[in-house]
Design a protein around this ligand. Structure first.
Ligand SMILES: Cc1cc2nc3c(=O)[nH]c(=O)nc-3n(C[C@H](O)[C@H](O)[C@H](O)COP(=O)(O)OP(=O)(O)OC[C@H]3O[C@@H](n4cnc5c(N)ncnc54)[C@H](O)[C@@H]3O)c2cc1C
Length: 446
């Protein structure tokens, strides 16, 4: 049986329903009142230390408590131009809220993410202008990619007065925020309002322009005195096993992108997700929301080796997702459409290049699972071709950078997923901010 849900439903489809709905003014004020306002000039609060963008958490929460959400938003956006998006998508359990001192007393952490959302929503709804552009500097910087890294770098440079132009392949900004982040965390808003704020800073955005194809690298170098690469990673990696092209076998990014664009994928009641990262958990939870009744995650290592965040795994389990550990697919079986997966049990052997024990198949332990849909979430390809064309050094397909995110060619800087192999939006923002400082230093040298 196939399940098709239409985005034209009268009520919001389950998959678009936010897991962390907004706080109203009263609840936000009461929640802000729980903050102990830790830290001081010599020792930032643990929540602020845990934030890669260094958002001054106690200060913005104090402003909310005192009925000044606009001031709270100013503090947030100053540190993180994507502060509204991050309020929705940050793994706060691992970052600011995980560091909240209240948890050390066995109490619930202050809902920092939701308070950040409250303040930024107020400001964005009023289209408040927080930044005034300083005098123009003569130099121009080209930014490749309008994902979080590129947007953060561009905003920071524009705040310093540089002319900044972003080139983006897609017809819209946001990178994986727009294309891949679970719709129950963030569908699109408030990204367009954040991008509008960046445009008001004077940043120019060119969409539908792929660097290396629609514009040559040489032309880019002629136009700009420095270039930032925020190109992220590429398409889903292939499983390279038989049956991968059967209908009903999905790449995770294509699956999520369809959901986000309102063209809900047709899935059956039994869905197998291959992988053990956060993307695997996201697509499993999305399959549950699309109506699948038996969703299982197959992972070739053990649970404690899963890269996915513990709180995400816990939430998936609560929603009914089952996990099969030390299990790898051997082939997908079907008659044009996938019907079964042949799997094999794995054991852990000697450490591999990642330092983790390598999973090894146990011969003779093959078994089959009946499935209607398979979603592969086993990582993304690296953009090696582009890096080779640019002539910049890489390691393991990722761009090698120094502490200022400068590459082996001094005019080129890079940050975000193309440097760290895939992490979080706020980490990409951090890279973009530091690279902007590096670019300013480089340009100042003349
Ligand atoms: C399924 C999934 C779920 C995720 N969920 C979360 C989450 O809940 N919370 C969280 O914090 N993080 C999450 N992440 C991670 C987060 O989205 C990324 O770490 C972040 O988007 C990286 O930002 P970036 O700017 O480096 O790259 P991207 O977001 O990938 O942006 C790169 C941009 O560059 C453009 N580009 C590439 N090549 C070119 C070229 N040659 N010319 C012009 N443009 C180009 C691309 O089109 C893209 O828009 C998730 C990732 C995935 C895959």
């Amino acid at each position: 049986m196939s399940i098709t849900l239409s985005p034209q439903h009268e009520t919001i489809p389950a998959i678009y329903q936010e897991i962390h709905p907004p706080l109203d003014k009263l609840t936000a004020t009461l929640e802000a009142d729980r903050c102990l306002e830790c830290g001081g000039p010599y020792a930032p609060a643990p929540c602020m230390n845990a934030c890669p963008a260094r958002v001054p958490v106690p200060q913005f929460i104090k402003a909310i408590r005192e009925g000044r959400p606009e001031e709270a938003a100013r503090l947030i956006f100053e540190a993180n131009i994507l502060g509204g998006s991050c309020a929705r998508v940050c793994p706060v359990e691992e970052l600011c809220e995980g560091a909240c001192v209240l948890t050390k007393e066995g109490r619930r952490a202050v809902s920092i993410g939701r308070l950040q959302r409250y303040a930024t929503d107020v400001a964005l709804a009023r289209q408040l202008n927080f930044f005034t552009r300083p005098a123009w500097k003569p130099q121009s910087v080209g930014v490749i990619g309008a994902g979080p890294a590129g947007l953060a770098c561009a905003a920071e440079l524009a705040k310093m007065g540089y002319d900044v132009v972003i080139y983006e392949s897609r017809p819209q900004p946001g990178g994986l925020i727009t294309a891949a982040i679970a719709p129950y965390k963030q569908l699109t808003d408030p990204l367009p309002a954040e991008v509008a704020m960046i445009e008001r800073l004077g940043v120019k955005l060119h969409y539908g322009v792929t660097v290396g194809k629609d514009i040559s690298i040489e032309e880019l170098e002629r136009r700009h005195q420095a270039i930032f690469l925020g190109v992220g990673l590429g398409a889903d990696s292939k499983a390279r096993i038989p049956g991968e092209d059967l209908s009903g076998v999905w790449d995770s990014l294509k699956f999520i992108e369809q959901i986000k664009s309102g063209r809900f994928p047709k899935i059956g009641p039994t869905v197998a997700v291959i992988g053990g990262g956060n993307t695997a958990i996201d697509v499993a939870r999305e399959a549950v929301r699309l109506g699948a009744t038996n969703v299982m995650v197959l992972y070739r290592r053990t649970e404690d080796q899963m890269p996915a965040f513990k709180h995400e795994v816990k939430a998936a389990r609560k929603e009914g997702v089952h996990f099969y550990f030390l299990t790898a697919p051997v082939r997908f079986i079907g008659d044009g459409k996938v019907r079964q997966i042949e799997c094999i049990h794995m054991k852990l052997g000697a450490p591999d290049r990642s330092g983790r024990p390598a999973p090894e198949p146990i011969p003779g332990t093959e078994f089959t699972l009946e499935v209607d849909t398979v979603i592969k979430a086993i990582g993304q390809e690296k953009r090696v071709e582009l890096f080779q064309a640019l002539g910049i050094a890489t390691e393991g397909g990722l761009v090698k950078v120094n502490e200022y995110f400068q590459t082996s060619r001094e005019k080129f800087f890079a940050g975000g997923d193309c440097v760290n192999g895939g992490a979080t939006v706020v980490e990409a923002v951090r890279h973009g901010k530091i690279a902007a400082q590096g670019i300013a230093k480089f340009l100042a040298k003349g």
